[in-house]
Design a protein around this ligand. Structure first.
Ligand SMILES: Nc1ncnc2c1ncn2[C@@H]1O[C@H](COP(=O)(O)OP(=O)(O)O)[C@@H](O)[C@H]1O
Length: 195
């Protein structure tokens, strides 16, 4: 790794307003706790959390350029809410500019907003930490925090449900991968898919 952890934190915090850095600190704390609770690697959870929003405040044009220049990123992102772009762009930036090579960490950054089918344990930890870090306050967040005491998957399904309900209420387009991620988690929770 090109940067020490402290250097990484300094570099990433310099790319965002104070409020977003505070959120990042919350995600770090929560991701480490969840990793310890559910058997993921806490050091990887910590690094992924530090970097998860690294591209969040990039100019839209710059994010768009990164997506267009890198065909391995999902080009369909360009047809969806720009708020979704920072995750895939962030994973690329983490590797290119910050020297993170660990595919587990890069995946957790890449999928932290949308989820994906077949989420890894680390993906789930970082995505859920983003929903429930101590600074979050949205309807239903305490229910998700309670579910997270016992089930990573049940809590994450509730998280995706809250995003999907919010978007439905606003009659906005839902990024299909989030629906697929949610369905995949439910299908693995109840393998028969039965009632
Ligand atoms: N699955 C999705 N489909 C469409 N838009 C989404 C989806 N997930 C998130 N968004 C949009 O991106 C915004 C930011 O999401 P996210 O990065 O998870 O939250 P935050 O900015 O609070 O960390 C949401 O408020 C919503 O507008």
């Amino acid at each position: 790794m090109r940067y020490s952890r402290d250097e990484l934190m300094a570099a990433v915090s310099g790319q965002m307003p104070e409020k977003r850095w505070k959120h990042t600190l919350g995600v770090m704390e929560t991701a480490v706790k969840l990793a310890e609770r559910f058997g993921a690697d806490p050091a990887k959870a910590d690094l992924a959390a530090i970097l998860h929003d690294v591209a969040k405040y990039w100019p839209v044009k710059d994010m768009e350029q990164v997506i267009r220049d890198n065909p391995e990123l999902n080009q369909d992102l360009l047809n969806h809410d720009k708020q979704l772009w920072h995750s895939e762009v962030g994973a690329l930036v983490a590797r290119r500019d910050y020297g993170i090579e660990d595919p587990d960490i890069l995946d957790a950054i890449r999928w932290h907003t949308s989820g994906r089918v077949g989420m890894s344990l680390l993906d789930k930890v970082v995505c859920l930490a983003d929903y429930i870090e101590p600074g979050r306050d949205f309807p239903g967040v305490n229910n998700i925090r309670e579910l997270a005491q016992h089930s990573l998957e049940k809590a994450l399904i509730a998280g995706f449900d809250s995003t999907i309900s919010f978007l439905l209420q606003q009659q906005r387009v839902i990024y299909p991968l989030t629906v697929l991620s949610r369905n995949d988690l439910i299908q693995h929770l109840i393998p028969t898919g039965g009632s």
